[in-house]
Ligand binder design. Structure first.
Ligand code: NAD
Length: 283
């Protein structure tokens, strides 16, 4: 039997074919889960240059999942908006009656910038998307899990939460907040058989990463390809990460294989930051 047969999962930020969310949703489906795939429809009016939103992609992701022989429900929702999250959860409950697995994947940041030029609006939006959004989804879905005897929550944080990132103060702070939320919820929800864990991906090749690298290349006067080479050579496992690397860990944390794990944080970084990866061993 597949690991997640009969389970119902909800994955936020899952509307981009090559994004971590969509790849996670497909892996969960391959393991037998039916999946509610959710995303915001388009960019925020106040940040038109911030490339966010799934557009038509969400329906395509859902159709791809149904081809795997499970059910999929595509829902547009802004996770930073309380009413939108409540409506999303109500619609998911109407269709499936419960949610066993929640993957809080939606995230990002409008307008990374030097500290002295960082606008309050960009700061607040970044906290709203990454931290408030995770809180709202957990708050609305935990009662369903409690009523159903348990569940699994996987929060997608970031390496930036633990190590910081230039121009990404709001993002790093929000993702660090996600870790604090993870620990507190793990404690509080353990008696209800709900495990809450977090992942800290490093450099994972997605549209979001590409956008960040293009910006960085422009500032540094270099190319995206050169930046990728630098990242790969500073990574002990010698390459950037793939969404599939994150999805494998999500499936583990969503499955009974991790039933005795809660309040844990797992790096998905290829060992980046362990030491000097450019020094080759002498054999
Ligand atoms: P992505 O841009 O493909 O995915 C992010 C998704 O979140 C998008 O589909 C976007 O539309 C959605 N989203 C943003 N704001 C939303 C909102 N308010 N409501 C609903 N949906 C919203 O990028 P990705 O690289 O796949 O990122 C997925 C997650 O992984 C994010 O939380 C990101 O911060 C995290 N992460 C990514 C990397 C990386 O290198 N790619 C590294 C560390 C952490």
């Amino acid at each position: 039997m597949s690991k997640l047969e009969g389970k119902i999962a909800l994955v936020t930020g899952a509307g981009r074919e090559k994004g971590i969310g969509a790849v996670c949703a497909r892996r969960l489906a391959i393991e037998g889960a039916s999946v509610v795939v959710t995303d915001i429809a388009g960019p925020f009016a106040e940040f038109p240059n911030y490339k966010v939103g799934a557009g038509e992609g969400l329906a395509e992701v859902a159709a791809g999942i149904e081809k795997l022989g499970v059910q999929a429900l595509p829902l547009y929702a802004d996770i930073a908006d309380e009413e939108s999250v409540q409506k999303m959860v109500a619609e998911a409950k109407d269709k499936f009656g419960r949610i066993d697995i929640l993957v809080n994947n939606a995230g990002g940041s409008p307008g990374p910038a030097p500290l002295t030029q960082f606008t309050l609006a960009a700061w607040e939006k970044t906290l709203a998307i990454n931290l408030t959004g995770t809180f709202l989804c957990c708050r609305e879905i935990a009662p369903l899990m409690i009523g159903n005897g348990g569940g699994k929550i996987v929060n997608i944080s970031s390496r930036a939460a633990r190590r910081g990132a230039v121009w990404m103060h709001a993002y790093s702070a929000a993702k660090a907040g996600v870790l604090g939320l993870t620990y507190s919820m793990a404690l509080e929800l353990a008696p209800f058989n709900i495990c809450v864990n977090a992942l800290c991906p490093g450099d994972i090749e997605t549209d979001l990463k590409q956008w960040g690298l293009e910006m960085e290349a422009g500032v540094k006067g270099t190319t995206v390809e050169k930046l990728k080479e630098e990242i790969a050579s500073a990574t002990p496992l010698g390459r950037l990460g793939r969404p599939e690397d994150v999805a494998a860990a999500v499936v583990f944390l969503a499955s009974p294989d991790s039933d005795y794990l809660t309040g844990e944080v797992l790096n998905i970084t290829g060992g980046h930051g362990l030491g000097n990866a450019t020094v080759k061993p002498g054999y």
